[in-house]
Write a protein that binds this ligand. Structure first.
Ligand SMILES: [Zn+2]
Length: 272
């Protein structure tokens, strides 16, 4: 953590966020791909189910019946590939109580392709594992529609990425705010999602990249992540989704050029 001259973080006695996995693209020796928990009233909400996330969740000592909902920011594999692992575990050997699974509304049809590939017709509870395990809820990326979920409320904003991508703003009933950029280029939707957030978890895929990667496909450098955090007046920045774990220290240094508050590098097990 750096940033001694930045604004004081609001001290919260209750952690709101836990990092399960922070890798872009796929797991590395450093841990799982994108996956996070937000503390809810009686359990927690999973944000993204990148490969390795189910193992990370269980090895962190969490139980499946503590999960109150799942939100997938977008349907790229490093954010959703473990959904089928979670759904198999959810439906076999016996079905757990259903919880909501939120995905960007335009992507509900594509979500069904998982079940087409991996459903098991000879096991009645697993013919369409994802749609049988959970209540599928389409997310409006309008920055307006609040969703109430176990002592939390959250809403989704349109991030800028090559597929529909949801930046997320969660507010607890204790007034804490945790925001997630999803995968994105620099855009107003993410600024709005992270406005005055206590914890802003923001992708920082690159140290440097060309226009096509940042604006065309839609990603951020660490400097751009810091700029977003400053524009949003976030209190703490957590940079995540680095393209290579080896660039972590430099990414923190770069982000500090554009954000003067505390900066953390997301690592599995980190609690904020
Ligand atoms: Zn990604």
């Amino acid at each position: 953590m750096i940033g001694p001259s930045g604004p004081e973080p609001k001290q919260s006695t209750t952690p709101v966020c836990e990092i399960l996995g922070s890798c872009a693209t796929a797991p590395t020796a450093a841990g799982a791909a994108s996956s996070y928990l937000v503390r809810s009233g009686s359990g927690h909400v999973l944000v993204d189910a990148g490969p390795g996330s189910l193992l990370a969740y269980l090895q962190a000592g969490h139980r499946l019946d503590e999960l109150r909902g799942i939100v997938v920011t977008h349907l790229h594999a490093d954010h959703c590939l473990d959904l089928m692992a979670w759904a198999y575990r959810w439906t076999f050997p016996r079905a757990l109580a259903s919880i909501p699974l939120f995905v960007p509304g335009e992507e509900v049809g594509r979500l069904g392709l998982f079940d087409s590939l991996f459903g098991i017709p000879t096991l009645p509870g697993m013919e369409r594992p994802i749609f049988q395990a959970w209540e599928i809820q389409p997310l409006e990326l309008d920055g307006k529609t609040w969703i109430e979920l176990d002592g939390l409320r959250f809403r989704a904003y349109a991030a800028h990425h090559s597929v529909p991508s949801a930046a997320l703003r969660f507010e607890t009933d204790r007034g804490q705010v945790v925001a997630f950029s999803s995968d994105t280029g620099y855009c107003q939707g993410v600024v709005d999602a992270a406005r005055d957030a206590d914890v802003f978890v923001c992708e920082a895929t690159y140290l440097d990249a060309d226009e096509e990667s940042l604006v065309g496909h839609g990603h951020l450098t660490a400097r751009l992540a810091g700029g977003l955090a400053t524009e949003a007046r976030a209190r703490q920045l957590v940079i995540t989704h680095l393209s290579d774990p080896a660039i972590g220290a430099q990414a923190v240094t770069d982000a500090a050029e554009t954000f003067r508050g505390p900066i953390h590098l997301a690592v599995p097990g980190m609690v904020l």
